[in-house]
Write a protein that binds this ligand. Structure first.
Ligand SMILES: [Zn+2]
Ligand SMILES: [Zn+2]
Length: 147
């Protein structure tokens, strides 16, 4: 699922304005990083990248900002392997594919809301996740070249 960065940025500004959210410069930069890098970075990756241009940035600020953005519904946290939290801008329900070779995580569109099971008719579902694992096209082509 590739959503244009430009559209996301415009929507984001509208969203922040309409909800009367004012973010400090550092917090805005964290949010912008997630809009521009839809690669599901970890908090460490976000910190390492932003620290280059914002030398006063602390890891605590990055973590606090991410938690705030999650509370505001602008960012979601995903844990694919159970231990490593990754962050992404909230772009609606979609599935994640993790490449077992290079570790990259890809978004794909899937109608998660329509996935259901009669076995769960008496249950209340709060959260649905779709995770696939395998090899991405880049790693697949490398595998073929090696042969
Ligand atoms: Zn790969
Ligand atoms: Zn995603």
């Amino acid at each position: 699922m590739v959503i244009s960065t430009r559209i996301l940025k415009e929507n984001l500004e509208k969203e922040l304005k309409s909800r009367n959210i004012k973010l400090s410069y550092q917090r805005l930069k964290v949010l912008e990083y997630l809009v521009e890098n839809q690669c599901h970075p970890t908090a460490d990756e976000i910190y390492t990248h932003l620290q280059k241009s914002i030398s006063t940035l602390s890891k605590t600020t990055v973590y606090n900002t991410l938690n705030l953005l999650i509370k505001l519904g602008l960012v979601r946290v995903i844990t694919i392997d159970g231990h490593e939290a990754r962050y992404e801008i909230e772009i609606g329900n979609h599935g994640h594919f993790k490449c077992e070779s290079c570790g990259a995580i890809f978004d794909f569109s899937i109608d998660i809301d329509s996935i259901t099971s009669g076995d769960l008719s008496d249950f209340k579902i709060n959260n649905k996740k779709v995770y696939f694992k395998g090899l991405c096209p880049g790693c697949l082509s490398k595998t073929y070249e090696d042969k």
